[in-house]
Ligand binder design. Structure first.
Ligand code: ATP
Ligand code: MG
Length: 310
C-alpha cells in the first residue's frame, strides 16, 4: 500500500543562461505528500510552482535531489510513473481543429485505449465533466471554462492515481471556478486520486487543500494545514471600530494584546491578539463614545500569503 504520492528530498533546479552562471529556481526542496490529501502549492509569481509541478510530473529533471512518485523512482521508473499520473495546466492547448470528443479520443489513444474501451472511457469523461453539450464543438470555438473542463476530462482518461493541476481556475469566472473546484473535490473523493495543485487564489487553497506549501524564491518557507498556517504566524485578528464622540486612541495603542493600530476620525483599525482578552479592554476605552459598528475579522490565507511573500 503506497502512502506517499510524492517524496522529495533536496530538489534543486537551475536554469542555465546563455551568459553567466544561470539562476537557481528551486533550492533544496524537501517535502512528502500523502496519497489521501489535496496538497496546495502557493507562492508569488516566479516562485517555482510550475517548475516543481513539472519536476513532480517527470517533465523535467532536477539537477540534485531524490524524488519518488507513488513509490516509484522519478528517474529510473519514469515510464511507469507516467502511466499513473496526469496533469492539467492553466492554459490548456489542444489540437485546435478537433472537437471535444475527437480530442478526448485522440488522447485516449495516446494512453493506449482503443475500441469499445476507448469509446466508453471518453463518454464517461464527457458525462463526468458535463461536456455533452459541447462534444461536437472544435477546441478553437470553446470558452476558457470549457477548455479547462476538457483539460480536466483529458487528465482523467488514464484513471490516474495522482493528478497535478497547475492553476486549474486561473482566468475563469467565479461560477465556473466553483464548478471546477467541486469537480476536483469529487474526483479526489470518488476516484481516490491524489491531487497536487498550484493556485494564486487563496480561498481556493483554503477550500480544497489539506496542506499547503508556500514557495518563495524557490524555497519552501512554510508547510502546514491552512488553519495552522493562520494560527502559527501570529497574524492576529483585525478589529475595525467605527464610532462617534471621543475615544482615547493613545491608550488603545498601549493596551496589551493590541499589536498594531491605525486611526482616523471616527474609525480605528487594530490587529489584536485575542488570547490577551483584548476585545473587552478595547470596548471599555469607548465608554465616552458611541460605537456605531464593530467588525472582527480572522486572518485569512491572503494575510498569510502577504506576510510570507514579504
Ligand atoms: N525554461 C525556463 N528557462 C529559464 N528560466 C525559467 C524557465 N522556466 C521558468 N523559468 C524561471 O524560473 C522561475 C520560476 O518559474 P515558475 O514558472 O516555476 O514560477 P511560478 O511560481 O509557476 O510562477 P507563476 O505564479 O507566474 O506561474 C522564474 O523566475 C522563471 O522565469
Ligand atoms: Mg506557474
Amino acid at each position: 500500500m503506497i502512502e506517499k504520492s510524492v517524496e522529495a528530498k533536496g530538489i534543486c533546479k537551475r536554469y542555465k543562461s546563455f551568459l553567466g552562471t544561470g539562476t537557481t529556481v528551486l533550492n533544496n526542496i524537501s517535502l512528502d505528500i500523502d496519497v489521501g490529501e489535496i496538497f496546495g502549492l502557493l507562492g508569488p509569481n516566479g516562485s517555482g510552482k510550475t517548475t516543481l509541478i513539472s519536476i513532480f510530473s517527470t517533465l523535467i529533471y532536477p539537477e540534485q535531489g531524490s524524488l519518488s512518485i507513488m513509490g516509484l523512482d522519478a528517474r529510473r521508473d519514469r515510464g511507469e510513473i507516467r502511466k499513473i499520473i496526469n496533469i492539467s495546466t492553466a492554459k490548456p492547448n489542444f489540437p485546435w481543429s478537433l472537437t471535444v470528443r475527437e480530442n478526448l479520443r485522440h488522447y485516449g489513444m495516446l494512453y493506449g485505449l482503443y475500441g469499445s474501451g476507448l469509446s466508453r472511457t471518453v463518454e464517461d469523461q464527457i458525462d463526468a465533466f458535463e461536456l455533452g453539450d459541447f462534444r461536437d464543438l472544435k477546441f478553437e470555438d470553446l470558452s476558457t471554462g470549457i477548455k479547462q473542463r476538457l483539460s480536466l476530462a483529458k487528465s482523467m482518461l488514464n484513471h490516474p492515481r495522482l493528478l497535478f493541476l497547475d492553476e486549474p481556475t486561473t482566468g475563469l469566472d467565479p461560477d465556473i471556478s466553483i464548478k471546477i473546484r467541486a469537480l476536483i473535490r469529487r474526483i479526489h473523493e470518488e476516484e481516490n486520486v491524489a491531487v497536487v495543485l498550484s493556485t494564486h487564489y487563496m480561498p481556493e487553497a483554503e477550500m480544497l487543500c489539506d496542506r499547503i506549501a508556500f514557495l518563495r524564491k524557490g524555497e519552501v518557507v512554510a508547510l502546514d494545514t491552512p488553519q495552522n498556517l493562520k494560527n502559527h504566524l501570529g497574524l492576529g485578528e483585525r478589529v475595525v471600530i467605527t464610532y462617534s464622540g471621543q475615544a482615547d486612541i493613545g491608550a488603545l495603542g498601549r493596551l496589551p494584546g493590541v499589536l498594531g493600530l491605525k486611526s482616523e476620525i471616527g474609525r480605528v483599525e487594530m490587529v489584536i491578539d485575542r488570547s490577551e482578552d483584548s476585545v473587552d479592554r478595547i470596548v471599555k476605552l469607548f465608554q465616552e463614545a458611541k460605537i456605531l459598528d464593530i467588525n472582527i475579522k480572522e486572518p485569512d490565507l491572503e494575510d498569510v500569503f502577504i506576510e510570507l511573500a514579504r
